[in-house]
Design a protein around this ligand. Sequence first.
Ligand code: NDP
Ligand code: 8X3
Length: 252
Amino acid sequence: MSKTILITGATSGIGKACAYQFGANENNLILVGRRNDRLQELKKDLEEKFSIRVLTLSFDVRERAQVEDAISGLTEEWKNIDVLINNAGLAVGLNKIQDGEIDDWERMIDTNVKGLLYVTRAISPNMVSRKLGHIINIGSIAGKETYPFGNVYCATKHAVDSLSKAMRIDMVEFGIKVTQIAPGAVETEFSNVRFKGDDAKADGVYVGFEPLRPEDIADAAYYCANLPKHVNINDMLIMPTAQASAGVLYKV
Ligand code: NDP
Ligand code: 8X3
């Protein structure tokens, strides 16, 4: 049966791959991102390729009022979200704490933690009242291990790890599923953002080993979202075969 899936950070990488994976399987999509041109292109392509409906919502997850307005403004047709994929997120900069850029820290905390909370707070009451819904949070290996120079990004993903557990506890009585998917290195625009547009440096991250593709994570999200009602995947740590831990990458 067709579901309504809301994906944050749908304009690129893992979120975009989730849009194609869920769209190819006849789900209707609400796509969120700041880059509206990309959202419009995606909507057109997805509606042409698949027999689905796509709604685009261009807002910044860091802006609480924008989040609340966008979600409270959903029409009857769209307001019953079955699966929320909290994917929007980023790392910016790679410094020691003593050299850190405070603006970078604020961007990461505001997006990865507060943004995820704003979106979840806006959408979860409807799930609770329907006693139906699934929240999939995209965490990271950085939420399981802390690595050199990763400090604040790792802290935000540890927060996602903790909040995923908290959401599951808070909503278990309503039958709401909460899953965290925590990937290792996935080749997306992630490193271009982390290195602030230094694309040569970003590309170098993925040289010498086979990283995960965004589609690998979308497959996992789709699998988690389509299990029987009584089965939930709480936590899924997915790594490239060549990455043994956050800091151990076998490069040839
Ligand atoms: P990308 O940079 O390719 O995609 C990030 C997405 O997040 C974009 O669609 C971007 O859209 C959106 N986004 C960023 N900031 C905001 C904001 N303030 N408001 C709304 N949307 C926002 O990276 P990935 O696909 O790799 O990242 C997706 C998630 O996966 C992140 O949470 C990341 O931390 C996590 N992750 C990534 C890994 C990797 O190695 N790539 C590994 C583990 C986890 P727009 O700019 O249009 O707003
Ligand atoms: C993104 C992967 O290893 O850079 O979360 O933290 S890593």
